[in-house]
Write a new protein. Structure first.
Length: 252
C-alpha cells in the first residue's frame, strides 16, 4: 500500500508542478471521487488563496472536485495532525507552510505527527513576502520610529500573529531580538481575523502576508513600515525592505 501511495503521489506532484510523467495503469482513473485539500489556517490568507487556486486548476485538469477545508489552530498542528491520521490514498492533501514541516519540529519536544514519515512532499508552490503593518492611530511612520516607541514602552505594544512558530510570529520575534525591543504576542487562527483586529485598532501591529493585506493597504486602513524581503515588492515599490529601513541585521 505504501509503495503504491508513493508512486501515485509522485505522479500527482508532477501534474501540479506542470511536469510530465509516464502514466501508471492503476492510477489512470484517479480521482474517482472528491479530493480534500486541508489548509491549516482560516480562510482569506495566502495559504488559503493559493490552495483555492490550485484546487480550481486540479478540478479542470482531472475532472473531479477538489474541496478546500480549513482546519486552523495550534500553529498548523491541528490541520497537519488531521491529515496525518487519514488513509494514505491521495484523497486528503495538506497545504503545508514551512512552519508545519520544519519550524514546529524545533519548537515542540513532541508533535502528534512526524513530517518525514507521515507526509510525502509533492511540490513547492509559492514564496510569500510579508509586510510589517501598524494601525494608523499608532504615532509612528517609519521602522525606526516604531523601534523608538517600543523601547520607551517595553512590553506594552502587542503584535498579532497566526499562531506560534508561523512566519507572522517568527518575523516579530526576529524584529524584537534584532532591535532590542519587547512586545506581547497575541495569536490568532488566520491572517484575516488578525488583520481585521489591527485595522479595528484592537492590536497595534502585525507582520502580514501580502495577499490579505492588499485591499487594506490601498484603502489606507493600515500603514506599512517595511517588507521582510531583501528587495522591494514590485506591486508596492514605495515600501522599503526592513533591512533598508534602518535594521540591516534583519535577515529574514
Amino acid at each position: 500500500m505504501e509503495f503504491r501511495r508513493r508512486r501515485f503521489l509522485r505522479l500527482t506532484a508532477a501534474a501540479v508542478a506542470g511536469l510530465s510523467a509516464s502514466p501508471l495503469a492503476w492510477a489512470q482513473d484517479y480521482p474517482t471521487r472528491a479530493v480534500t485539500i486541508v489548509v491549516p489556517f482560516t480562510p482569506g490568507g495566502s495559504t488559503d488563496i493559493i490552495a483555492r487556486m490550485l484546487a480550481q486548476r486540479l478540478e479542470q485538469r482531472l475532472g473531479k472536485s477538489f474541496v478546500v477545508e480549513n482546519r486552523p489552530g495550534a500553529g498548523t498542528i491541528i490541520g497537519a495532525t488531521a491529515v496525518a491520521k487519514t488513509a494514505p490514498d491521495g484523497y486528503v492533501l495538506l497545504m503545508a507552510p514551512s512552519s508545519t514541516m520544519a519550524v514546529n519540529v524545533t519548537l515542540y519536544k513532541k508533535l502528534p505527527y512526524d513530517p518525514p514519515t507521515d507526509f510525502i512532499p509533492l511540490a513547492g508552490l509559492a514564496r510569500v513576502p510579508f509586510v510589517l503593518l501598524v494601525n494608523p492611530s499608532l504615532p509612528v511612520h517609519s521602522l525606526l520610529e516604531l523601534i523608538a516607541y517600543a523601547k520607551a514602552r517595553p512590553g506594552q505594544l502587542s503584535f498579532a500573529s497566526v499562531g506560534p512558530g508561523v512566519p507572522h510570529h517568527l518575523y516579530a520575534e526576529l524584529l524584537m531580538s534584532t532591535a532590542g525591543i519587547a512586545m506581547t504576542h497575541v495569536p490568532y487562527k488566520g491572517s484575516a481575523p488578525a488583520l481585521n483586529d489591527v485595522v479595528a485598532g484592537h492590536i497595534p501591529l502585525m507582520f502580514c502576508d501580502f495577499a490579505p493585506a492588499v485591499g487594506m493597504l490601498r484603502a489606507g486602513k493600515v500603514r506599512p513600515l517595511g517588507v521582510t524581503t531583501r528587495t522591494r515588492v514590485p506591486a508596492f515599490p514605495d515600501i522599503p525592505p526592513i533591512a533598508e529601513a534602518g535594521l540591516p541585521a534583519f535577515g529574514a
